[in-house]
Design a protein around this ligand. Structure first.
Ligand code: SF4
Length: 446
């Protein structure tokens, strides 16, 4: 069914490309599978933002799957608030938006945990009776329910009587990670980070809390041998679990499988873009979006020299432009050059631009159609339920300074602060990157 959109809602990061990268890899696979007419992702920390992604899809039946390992603060509070989804099924503006259960509640997660533990026991020939498993969740003191799924996984493993001891511990809640050295006594500890992606928590924060200097090999800490495992993302069944949660929420079964690149992208603004490209072909002039040039036949960086590498898929292009160095703000004006994408048809330009600058074409088209509406900082600020709440009360001079510093290095115009959209690439609301910078500046000014 092409009138359906599937949106994967994740956390994202300002430090590691892997947190959102894992979610994008599921998006690529679900697009190839033809899981819905439009498939995309949105994030708390990276674009497209939770509060803007709905503008990028045209389907009237929209399904949002939270790609989080726990039903807690983000799935129960942040996502409903940012996406304006007060109920599991929300109807507005002729669209029905269904919020599915989070990934952490899918039974596959238990299988994934069991497999990781089994592999470590077998690989290292561990004595099960002398082995403890520590399942390490994020947790948050803002919502005690955030511990529920981690605790559940620990209980399932404990009930199986596979190993001598099983505990659940948390990065940002009680019991803390270091407590495993007091509460368990086995000689071996399998420490399993119950996180979806190998982001900074998995690669830096958890190993540090465990006292590990090197994740690669088993290490001895406090007289115990620690086997630090991978995160959950490596398991093949996760993508299927996301799809199953969407189907369970009512996503129609779609048999439009198509492994060709640039299919299944969000469609808002596509028609306007194709029309504008045709006009530009007649004028023999490319269109420019930020640092990207576009014609009906090709997309390329405006500063390319003669040597440019062809890109053939969203995954390849994303890796080139986003991961090395990591650019958490995809619209920052430091887009790496030296690449191009040749198009089979003009509509592909939309998918390529959506990969480079998610959500930008939808806002560009809305501005051209006279429908673009910016969200004042006060509204963004009052919607917040965490650390950014009340951020509009910062001194105007601090806000101006953050706009100049952060937005000055971005290809979008901060219309939400400056009023009239003068640029062709208006920005609807202060992004998480801006909010984080403003909050830091506000703290240092105290
Ligand atoms: S204009 Fe400013 S707020 Fe908007 S995306 Fe760019 S940096 Fe973020």
């Amino acid at each position: 069914m092409t009138d359906s959109a599937l949106i994967l809602a994740g956390h994202g990061s300002h430090i590691s490309p892997n947190t959102a990268g894992v979610v994008w890899s599921y998006v690529d696979r679900l697009r190839a599978l033809g899981a819905a007419g439009e498939v995309t992702a949105c994030f708390w920390k990276e674009p497209p933002a939770l509060n803007q992604v709905l503008d990028t899809v045209k389907a009237t039946q929209i399904f949002v799957v939270p790609v989080f390992t726990a039903q807690g603060y983000f799935t129960a509070s942040v996502i409903p608030s940012e996406m304006a989804l007060p109920r599991p099924v929300t109807r507005r503006d002729g669209k029905t938006i269904t919020l599915a259960r989070p990934l952490g509640e899918h039974p596959a997660m238990t299988r994934v945990v069991r497999n990781i533990v089994r592999v470590h026991i077998d690989e290292h020939n561990l004595d099960r009776a002398d082995t403890a498993v520590a399942i390490i969740g994020h947790g948050t003191r803002r919502n005690p329910n955030s511990r529920a799924t981690t605790r559940y996984q620990a209980k399932v493993l404990r009930d199986m009587n596979w190993v001598g001891e099983v505990v659940d511990v948390y990065l940002d809640d009680e019991p803390e990670i270091q407590s495993i050295y007091r509460t368990t006594s086995a000689g071996n500890i399998i420490a399993l980070p119950y996180f979806l992606a190998p982001g900074s928590h998995v690669s830096i924060d958890v190993p540090r809390a465990l006292g590990l200097s090197d994740r690669a090999a088993p290490q001895t800490v406090a007289g115990r041998k620690i086997f630090y495992t991978q995160s959950l993302s490596g398991d093949e069944s996760i993508c299927s679990a996301i799809h199953e949660l969407a189907l369970e929420a009512g996503l129609p079964v779609c048999r439009d499988s198509d492994s060709r690149s640039w299919r299944g992208f969000p469609k808002a603004g596509r028609h306007s873009l194709v029309k504008a490209l045709k006009e530009r072909t007649n004028q023999k002039k490319p269109l420019q979006f930020g640092q990207v040039m576009v014609t009906e036949k090709r997309v390329w960086h405006c500063d390319n020299d003669a040597c440019s590498t062809p890109m053939s898929s969203a995954a390849q292009l994303r890796a080139r432009l986003r991961e090395d160095p990591f650019r958490p703000l995809l619209t920052s004006a430091d887009l790496p050059a030296g690449w191009h994408v040749d198009l089979d048809r003009p509509a592909q330009a939309h998918a390529v631009l959506e990969t480079i600058y998610p959500g930008l074409v939808a806002d560009w088209a809305a501005k051209h159609q006279g429908n673009f509406l910016a969200e004042p900082l006060k509204v963004t600020s009052e919607r917040q339920i965490g650390m950014f709440k009340g951020i509009h009360n910062l001194a105007a001079e601090l806000i101006e300074r953050t706009v100049a510093k952060v937005c000055g290095a971005c290809v979008r115009q901060p219309t939400w602060w400056q009023g009239e959209p003068k640029s062709d690439l208006p920005c609807k609301a202060a992004c998480n990157y801006w909010l984080s910078n403003a909050a830091k500046l506000g703290e240092s000014a105290l």
